[in-house]
Design a protein around this ligand. Structure first.
Ligand code: DX5
Ligand code: ZN
Length: 231
């Protein structure tokens, strides 16, 4: 069952005066305390985060297993944040509708994953979700150009996918600039991995407008960490 208010969740939810309204913060729950997940997610929302980044890993596309549908459908009941689902799985086409039905608002598939990217984008759209494509750090921007007008967001990974807490890769900024240059007005560019208050200006300066942060948010001061990133 898909909730009826999918269309307006988190998309324009900004708090003027706190942040530049064009920047979206998407805390990644991979770094959260799963024993207190809803409580911590609500703390990020109350602190001003507009999206929630949900890292789904299958142990095949990446050498780690995280969580799946039950976590997303459980969290869906507790918050109206925009659910930005990052599928780090092989053959995502098999699961797109199930993630949409569980409450995903945006679904990101990796261009490096098995299966047909065009078909995956079509399935995301027909499921009523915002379509996005992710590029690993070593995948050139050229790979995504054939799809750049078919999706609403391009995710330029600033770490190799699979784990939180890795070091930001500044060499990806050149790719962010290239995608921004080729992008139509309004196309979102998301960055994901190793981003903290100290370096958040770098991907933004290169053209990113959706910032994923896990370790930088889910620590002993979630509210303060979110506000520091949104400053
Ligand atoms: C890594 C995930 C990222 C990661 C970010 O595969 O896609 O979202 O959780 O975590 P930090 O911000 O801790 O690098
Ligand atoms: Zn992610």
């Amino acid at each position: 069952m898909k909730s009826s208010n999918k269309k307006n969740r988190g998309r324009n939810k900004t708090r003027k005066g706190l942040i530049d309204i064009s920047i979206i913060l998407a805390p990644s729950i991979l770094a959260a305390d799963f024993g207190r997940l809803a409580e911590q997610v609500l703390e990020t929302e109350n602190a001003g985060a507009q999206w929630l980044h949900l890292d789904v890993m299958d142990g095949h596309f990446v050498p780690n297993i995280s969580f799946g549908i039950p976590v997303i459908s459980s969290l869906r009941k507790h918050t109206n944040m925009f659910f930005d689902v990052h599928l780090m799985i092989e053959h995502p086409e098999k699961y797109i509708k199930a993630f949409a039905d569980a409450g995903a608002d945006g679904i990101t598939v990796h261009i490096e994953a098995e299966g047909d990217t065009e078909e995956q984008i079509r399935l995301i759209k027909s499921a009523g979700c915002m379509p996005a494509i992710a590029l690993n750090p070593d995948t050139p921007a050229e790979k995504v150009m054939p799809y750049i007008n078919d999706v609403d967001m391009i995710l330029c990974m600033t770490v190799f996918p699979g784990y939180g807490g890795q070091a930001y890769m500044p060499e990806v900024e050149e790719k962010i600039r290239a995608v921004r240059k080729a992008a139509r007005p309004g196309l979102k560019i998301e960055v994901d991995g190793g981003i903290y208050a100290e370096n958040i200006h770098r991907p933004i300066g290169a053209g990113a407008d959706v910032i994923v942060a896990g370790t930088a948010v889910f620590n002993d001061d979630i509210t303060g960490s979110v506000k520091k990133l949104l400053r």
